[in-house]
Structures are given as structure tokens and as C-alpha cells.
Design a protein around this ligand. Structure first.
Ligand SMILES: *Cc1c(COP(=O)(O)O)cnc(C)c1O
Length: 368
């Protein structure tokens, strides 16, 4: 009997609808020093204390990690003034996003997000057979009225990145509270605050107060952005006790590697390095935005560590060509076609020299 006559393995509904997530590129053929502005990795790299903590456990890696990430949760709790019992750690906040979809949604359910929200949300929804629903945005910013209008009896989970990636825009705390107040109490609101440490706006809140006052809100955070530990895969959530309990039942027993726990605890305790990272970002975000606007480009107002930049429609000067030309010079930025924003590139705020080189390369490209 031929092999093809036998029934093959059956993939559950939804899985094959997923377009696999494509991360930012990191290498360019023939270029030694690549400038990596495609993945929003912290410009200054990790705290030297995090690197030292990582190295210090090298001789212990035959040991299983602490399955409860106890010291790491304690360090996070101290840094952010939280109850460690209400923190759950994961292999990147991506893991927690996926777990939330598994816990709260399934076939027939809807998972709501905003039109240009983080791509992991529809991927997580489809991975459990649920239906992702995108609510329209206004001026590349999440729109609370549009989100609430998109809620149906099938809605189980709402993901909102605040600030949002890839737009860099944010909603003030009052708007987030209005969104929460308008949701049915059984719908989970996941506030993804991956870039919270970068935000200086007085009307911004990452979500702690909302989590403390509700049963259906979780705040997600990551070590991949300002703490620059993306290679270790580390994120965390702060949630009501009942939600933490469910996440602890379903997550990998030893999900967070010992090296990640050690480096994360040291990173979060290094307040000086955090302040310097923030300051660097404020300075270079402002000056890069100004320089690009002076070149005639449209820059979306950003409170995070990247800029969403609109290029002209003219064939020789459009975003696609800009991406190619920058890449040929070893400068990697992020194309936005998968986010439905083909006229834009997302450019991470990197080290000072990298930003100078990038601005010069874009100026030369637009003149050519
Ligand atoms: C980068 C990013 C994450 C994922 O971070 P990891 O902790 O590396 O998984 C989550 N949400 C948003 C909006 C991001 O930009």
C-alpha cells in the first residue's frame, strides 16, 4: 500500500491559519558590523550586573531551576513594589500570552485586539482554535469605543499592548479604566506593558492599580526590551490570585531557566542602569524623530523605544526600497507589511553611533 493512502495526522482547526511569526533579521551577508534596529532590544544592552549574575551560575547548570522562580519574583516585587505571590514568570511574556489564550479561549470564542496590535495576539488566538477579532484604531492608536463596540457574547479575552508595538502610541490610564468598566466581568483584559519602563507621561499607568481592583485584569511585562535580556526569554505577569493559580497549573513546571532567573533578578535591581537606559532612549527618540521629520518623513508620536516612520509612496523612495537600501548598508529595520502598514518602517532606538549612522543613511537614500 502506498504511504499516501494512509490517513495522516490531523492538525486541529485554526493552527494552519497561522502565518508563522517572523522575527526581525539579525544578519546581513557580507557586512561585519550589523546595526540591529529591528527587534526593539534595549539600546545599551543588559546591565553588567545581569551579565555577571548569568556567568556566576555557569557551574550550576546541571541543576534544575527553581520551578517557582522564587528569588526572581521577590526581586521583581521589590523593584516594582508588588506582592510576589501575585507574580507569575514565563519564558518571555509570549509564553503568558499563549497560556492566557489556552486558559480562557477556544473554538467558537473570540479574542479581541486593536487593528495594529502586537501580532502574537491573533497567533495565540488561532493556536487554540479561537477567532481573533481586530477593532479599528484612530490615528494609529487603540480606540476604546471601537474595542467596546466589537465585544460580543463570544468575546473571552482582550489583549491590549500599552504602549502598543508597532505604533508606539499609548492610551492614558483613564481610557484604560473606561475600557475595563465597559467589559463584561467575565472577559479577561490582558494589558501588555512590554514598554512601560520607557514611558514618562504623567497620565500613563502600566496597570497595577487596575489589577489590584479587579478579578479579570492581568498586566504583562518583559525583560526583553529595556532590560535587554531577549536571548534569555523572560517575562512576567501580575494578576489576581485566582488567575495566578490557574497560570501556575498550566505553565511548564520548570519553565524559566536558572540563567534567566539569575540575570533577571540582577537586572531588575540595577536602578542606575535602568535610569541610564531610560535617559538614553528619551534623548535619542526625540532627536531621531526630529531629524527624520526634517527629512520630510512622518513619524508617529512614540512613548516607547522605537519609531514608526512613514515613507513616501514614490517607488524609488518607498518603505520597501528604504528597507532594502538600509539593509545593504548593514542597517536592519522592521518592515510593517504583516501589520497592515506597508508604507512604514519600525526603527528601534539603538546606540548613539548607530542612530547617527541610520539618520545619515536615510538622508542619503531620500536624496538619491
Ligand atoms: C516584545 C514584545 C513582547 C514579547 O516579549 P517577550 O517577553 O520577549 O516574549 C510582548 N508584547 C509586546 C507588545 C512586545 O513588543
Amino acid at each position: 500500500m502506498s504511504k499516501s493512502a494512509l490517513p495522516g495526522p490531523v492538525v486541529r482547526p485554526g493552527i494552519l491559519d497561522i502565518a508563522a511569526y517572523v522575527g526581525g533579521e539579525s544578519k546581513v551577508e557580507g557586512v561585519d558590523r550589523v546595526i540591529r534596529l529591528a527587534s526593539n532590544e534595549g539600546a545599551l544592552g543588559p546591565s553588567p550586573k545581569a551579565i555577571a549574575a548569568y556567568q556566576s551560575i555557569a557551574s550550576e547548570i546541571h541543576r534544575y531551576p527553581d520551578g517557582h522562580s522564587g528569588e526572581l519574583r521577590q526581586a521583581i516585587a521589590e523593584a516594582f513594589d508588588l506582592d510576589p505571590a501575585r507574580i507569575v514568570c514565563g519564558t518571555g511574556s509570549d509564553e503568558i500570552i499563549t497560556l492566557l489564550a489556552r486558559i480562557y479561549a477556544g473554538p467558537g470564542d473570540e479574542v479581541l485586539y486593536s487593528r495594529h496590535g502586537f501580532l502574537m495576539y491573533p497567533i495565540a488566538a488561532k493556536s487554540v482554535g479561537a477567532t481573533p477579532v481586530a477593532a479599528p484604531e484612530t490615528n494609529l492608536t487603540a480606540d476604546v469605543d471601537a474595542l467596546l463596540a466589537a465585544v460580543t457574547p463570544r468575546t473571552k479575552l482582550v489583549f491590549l499592548a500599552n504602549p502598543n508595538n508597532p505604533t508606539g502610541t499609548y492610551l492614558p490610564a483613564a481610557e484604560i479604566r473606561r475600557l475595563h468598566a465597559g467589559l463584561p466581568s467575565h472577559v479577561v483584559l490582558a494589558l501588555d506593558a512590554a514598554y512601560a519602563e520607557y514611558v514618562a507621561q504623567a497620565d500613563y499607568e502600566a496597570g497595577v492599580a487596575l489589577v489590584d481592583g479587579a478579578e479579570n485584569v492581568i498586566m504583562l511585562r518583559t525583560f526583553s526590551k529595556i532590560f535587554a535580556l531577549g536571548g534569555l526569554r523572560l517575562g512576567w505577569g501580575y494578576a489576581p490570585a485566582a488567575m495566578v493559580d490557574v497560570l501556575n497549573r498550566i505553565r511548564g513546571v520548570f519553565n524559566v531557566a536558572s540563567a534567566a532567573q539569575a540575570a533577571g533578578a540582577a537586572a531588575v535591581a540595577d536602578r542606575d542602569f535602568l535610569a541610564r537606559s531610560r535617559e538614553h532612549n528619551e534623548t535619542w527618540r526625540a532627536s531621531t524623530a526630529k531629524a527624520l521629520e526634517e527629512l520630510g518623513l512622518t513619524v508617529t508620536p512614540s512613548v516607547a523605544n522605537f519609531l514608526l516612520v512613514r515613507f513616501p509612496d514614490a517607488p524609488g523612495h518607498n518603505a520597501e526600497t528604504a528597507w532594502e537600501v538600509l539593509k545593504s548598508k548593514g542597517i536592519l529595520t522592521r518592515k510593517m507589511t504583516s501589520y497592515g502598514l506597508p508604507a512604514y518602517l519600525r526603527i528601534t532606538i539603538g546606540a548613539a553611533d548607530d542612530m547617527r549612522a541610520t539618520i545619515a543613511a536615510i538622508a542619503a537614500f531620500l536624496r538619491a
